[in-house]
Design a protein around this ligand. Structure first.
Ligand code: CMC
Length: 392
C-alpha cells in the first residue's frame, strides 16, 4: 500500500515516547532519567539505579532501604516451582529455562498477572521488587540444576552477594567474597539496567501493548535477548576470544577474516552508537582492576585489547563506525567472577530487568497507549484461484 513507509529493522522509526533513557549515538552519551551513566557507575548501585530507572528519581535513603528489604524478602521461590526445574534436561539452555520460569512464576501470583491493567498496576511495586529479586534466584537455581547440585536457599545478604551465595555456596562451605566479586557484578548489572528501545525492550513493550501482564512481558524480553546479535553476544565474544587464543593468533588474522566478511567481530558495532559505547569504556577500564583484585591474569584480556586496537586503526571498522559495545569486555569480567560462559546472557537479563519493568510501566500507565501493530509491505503472490488436489 502506497502510504506505508518501509524502514528495515526500524533503524529510523520512533516506536514510542519515553522518559526513561536518553542515548546520543554520535556522541556516545547514555543517560538514565537525565543522569550520565559515568556518574551512576561511579556513585550508584544496581538497586539504586533500578529504582531510578523504574520510578524516575534517585530514591531517598529510606525508600532505598525499603526497596532493598522488599527485594531481600522476595528472594526465595515457591517450592512448587522446584518441580519445573526437574522437567528440563540438564543440557537445556539457561535462557530457555529463565524465560519459561519467569512466565510460570506469574501463575503463582494471579493477582499480579491478571492481564487487567488496573489490577496489575495496583500491585506494580510488589511485582517489580519480586521480579528483580526472583530473576536472580531462578538464574542461580538454573546453574545448580544443570550442575546436578542441590539448590542453595537465599540468605540475608546484599543483592549480588546473595546471588553469588546461591550460585557457589555449599552446605558446609559458604562462599566468601574476599576479592570484590560482588562489587564487580554490581557494576556489570548496573551498566545493563536499561538501553532504550533495543530488541528485547521493544519486545517487552510490544507484548505489554496488547495488555499482557509484567511476568509474560519480561519472559518475552528474555527470548528476544537470547540471540547472538543482542544479549547472546556476550557469550559469543568469549567463544571468539578463546578460539583466537587456541589458534595462537594475536587477533590480526581474525581482523582480516572479519574484513572479508568471513567472521564477525563480536562485541563490536551497534545500531545506535556510532562512537564508543560509554558502557564499554567503563567496563574496559575496570576490567584490569577487577582481574587484579580477583588475583587473575586472563590472556583473553590481552587479546581483546589487541583486537580493539587493531580494529580502531583499521579503515574497514573506521569507515563503518564500528566500536566496542557493552559485550566486548563484560564477558572477561563475568569469567573472572567465576560465572560460566553459558550463563552470561542470563546475567545480562538480570541486569536488564529494571529497564524492562520501567518500559512495561510506561505502556501500562498511559491511558492513550495503543496496541503496537506495525504494517508490512506485502511481497507475496497476488490473487490466485484454489486448485483441487488432483490438479496440482
Ligand atoms: N564485525 C564486522 N563487521 C561488522 C560488524 C562486526 N561486529 N558489525 C557490523 N559490521 C558491518 C556490517 O557487515 C556492515 O557492513 P557493510 O556495510 O559492508 O554491509 C556494516 O558494518 C553495518 O552493519 P549492520 O549489520 O548494518 O549494522 P546493524 O545496525 O544492523 O547491526 C549489530 C548492529 C550490533 C547487530 C552488529 O554490529 C553486530 O552484529 N555486531 C556483533 C554482535 C554484537 O556485538 N551484538 C551486541 C550489540 S550491543 C548489546 C546488545 O544489544 O545486546
Amino acid at each position: 500500500s502506497g502510504c506505508i513507509t518501509f524502514d528495515e529493522g526500524y533503524g529510523n522509526t520512533g516506536s514510542c515516547m519515553s522518559d526513561i533513557t536518553f542515548i546520543d549515538g554520535e556522541k556516545g552519551i547514555l543517560r538514565h532519567r537525565g543522569y550520565p551513566i559515568e556518574q551512576l557507575a561511579e556513585n550508584s548501585s544496581f538497586l539504586e539505579t533500578a529504582m531510578l530507572v523504574i520510578y524516575g528519581e534517585l530514591p531517598s535513603e529510606g525508600c532505598l532501604r525499603a526497596f532493598r528489604q522488599q527485594v531481600c524478602k522476595n528472594a526465595s521461590i515457591h517450592t512448587g516451582m522446584h518441580s519445573h526445574f526437574d522437567g528440563f534436561p540438564s543440557d537445556a539452555h539457561p535462557m530457555a529455562i529463565l524465560s519459561s520460569m519467569l512466565n510460570s512464576l506469574g501463575a503463582y501470583y494471579p493477582e499480579m498477572s491478571s492481564n487487567d491493567r488496573e489490577q496489575d498496576l495496583a500491585h506494580f511495586d510488589e511485582t517489580a521488587a519480586l521480579l528483580i529479586s526472583k530473576v536472580r534466584t531462578i538464574a542461580a537455581m538454573t546453574y545448580r540444576m544443570k550442575m546436578g547440585m542441590p539448590f542453595v536457599y537465599p540468605a540475608d545478604k546484599r543483592y549480588t552477594g546473595n546471588f553469588l551465595h546461591m550460585m557457589f555456596s555449599e552446605p558446609y562451605n559458604e562462599y566468601i567474597d574476599d576479592h570484590g566479586a560482588g562489587k564487580a557484578l554490581d557494576l556489570f548489572l548496573m551498566l545493563h539496567a536499561d538501553h532504550e528501545q533495543n530488541c528485547s525492550t521493544s519486545t517487552v513493550r510490544m507484548v505489554a501493548s496488547g495488555g499482557a501482564n509484567l511476568f509474560a512481558s519480561v519472559s518475552a524480553g528474555v527470548c528476544a535477548l537470547w540471540g547472538p546479535s543482542h544479549g547472546g553476544a556476550n557469550m559469543a565474544v568469549i567463544k571468539m576470544l578463546e578460539e583466537i587464543h587456541a589458534a595462537g593468533d594475536d587477533g590480526s588474522k581474525f581482523i582480516q577474516a572479519a574484513k572479508k566478511g568471513e567472521a564477525k567481530l563480536m562485541g563490536f558495532g551497534h545500531r545506535v552508537y556510532k562512537n564508543y559505547d560509554p558502557r564499554a569504556k567503563i567496563l574496559g577500564k575496570s576490567a584490569e582492576g577487577i582481574l587484579e583484585s580477583i588475583g587473575m591474569k586472563d590472556p583473553l584480556l590481552d587479546i581483546a585489547r589487541k583486537l580493539e586496537q587493531a580494529a580502531l586503526e583499521d579503515e574497514y571498522f573506521i569507515s563503518r563506525k564500528l566500536y566496542p559495545n557493552v559485550d566486548f569486555y563484560s564477558g572477561i569480567i563475568l569469567k573472572a567472577i567465576g560465572i560460566p560462559v553459558e550463563m552470561f546472557t542470563v546475567m545480562f537479563a538480570i541486569g536488564r530487568m529494571p529497564g524492562w519493568i520501567a518500559n512495561w510501566k510506561e505502556i501500562a500507565e498511559n491511558p492513550k497507549s495503543r496496541i503496537h501493530r506495525p504494517r508490512q509491505i506485502y511481497t507475496g503472490k497476488t490473487q490466485r484461484d484454489y486448485l483441487a488436489l488432483d490438479q496440482r
